[in-house]
Design a protein around this ligand. Structure first.
Ligand code: BV8
Length: 255
């Protein structure tokens, strides 16, 4: 089923209280918060060479250059906040539905909006780690006083994120797979569906019986097998798709 911008967004899946709902989110869900996406016009990759700032080789070659990019993103993210799309997902979970968010984003906006069951595939921009193994810790300093930041041991600190060419954390991917094998409704929001392994997750959910709903501004590789695609802004589409479900459960719990 296809909806275009004129039709009212309607979920073609009858959601019941014990359905397992999994949201797969990408940079597009944070666009209305003021965070640039990676692809498309004015995308991040138009401005920087991904090889130089988001690969281990690029970081090793010039850690200051990579940190300048991350420090500017941290500073921007610090001034931005979750939008109605993040809030809708958090409200669905709070209303008592079984909701898990599997996100490619590192902006922490799902947690900031109140979602608790969040799987961060590619790490979190507010965590850093010593390149010599002293540990991983939260650091919300933005902008950083000096770049690259150094650990007490004298080694360079790096962002605790997954770069291109790096393996994802096995336990995190395992948790994502486990959820995708047993999902009733998979809602894919704001991802171009080109970066693996995340790009294969919706298809995996579908192969295991999930009803797949895509929310994006435009068609993506996921559109070809999604049960329905809603073309519009996530901050407008998600509240319309889910508000009646949130309300009905909230009325029951009179929250
Ligand atoms: C891996 C964290 C095993 C950092 C990111 C050759 C050598 C090595 C690896 C590979 C290779 N070829 C392929 C690979 C695998 C590679 C990959 O998939 N490459 C792609 C480019 C082909 N993957 C990896 O390397 C992964 N690791 O495979 O390990 C391995 C290891 C060694 C060798 C082989 C295999 C690790 C990938 C993780 C990279 N880290 N981020 C950081 O953020 O700084 S990726 C980063 O980009 C994001 O996390 C995300 O994953 C990706 C961006 O994708 P999206 O989120 O979809 O964002 P995008 O801008 O593309 O699209 C936005 C969408 O939103 C658009 O569709 C737009 O229309 C829509 N939109 C916009 N506004 C709105 C909206 N929708 C709704 N509402 C709106 N308002």
């Amino acid at each position: 089923m296809r909806t275009d911008r004129t039709q009212k967004y309607k979920l073609g899946f009858h959601l019941t209280r014990n359905n397992r709902i999994t949201f797969l989110t990408g940079a597009g869900i944070s666009a209305e918060s003021g965070i640039a996406t990676f692809r498309g016009e004015s995308g991040l990759w138009e401005k920087v060479d991904v090889e130089k700032v988001a690969t281990p080789e690029g970081f090793a070659e010039n850690p200051k250059r990579a940190w300048e990019w991350y420090d500017s993103r941290r500073t921007t993210m610090k001034q931005c906040k979750p939008n109605k799309a993040h809030d809708t997902i958090a409200k669905l979970e709070k209303a008592g539905y079984d909701v898990v968010v599997i996100t490619q984003n590192i902006d922490n906006f799902h947690r900031d909006s109140g979602s608790e069951n969040v799987i961060e595939l590619h790490g979190n921009i507010w965590y850093v780690r010593c390149t010599r193994g002293c540990g991983v810790w939260e650091d919300r300093t933005a902008p950083m006083p000096s770049l690259p930041p150094l650990c007490a041991c004298g080694s360079i600190i790096r962002p605790h994120v997954v770069w291109f060419g790096e393996m994802l954390d096995e336990s995190i991917v395992g948790a994502a797979y486990q959820r995708l094998f047993d999902t009733d409704l998979c809602v894919v929001v704001g991802t171009s569906g080109v970066v693996y392994p995340a790009a294969g997750f919706a298809e995996m959910a579908k192969a295991n019986g999930a009803y797949v709903v895509e929310v994006n501004l435009e068609r993506t590789p996921i559109s070809s097998y999604a049960d329905e695609s809603h073309f519009g802004k996530a901050g407008e589409v998600l509240p319309v798709l889910f508000s009646e479900y949130i309300k009905s459960r909230a009325d029951e719990k009179n929250i």
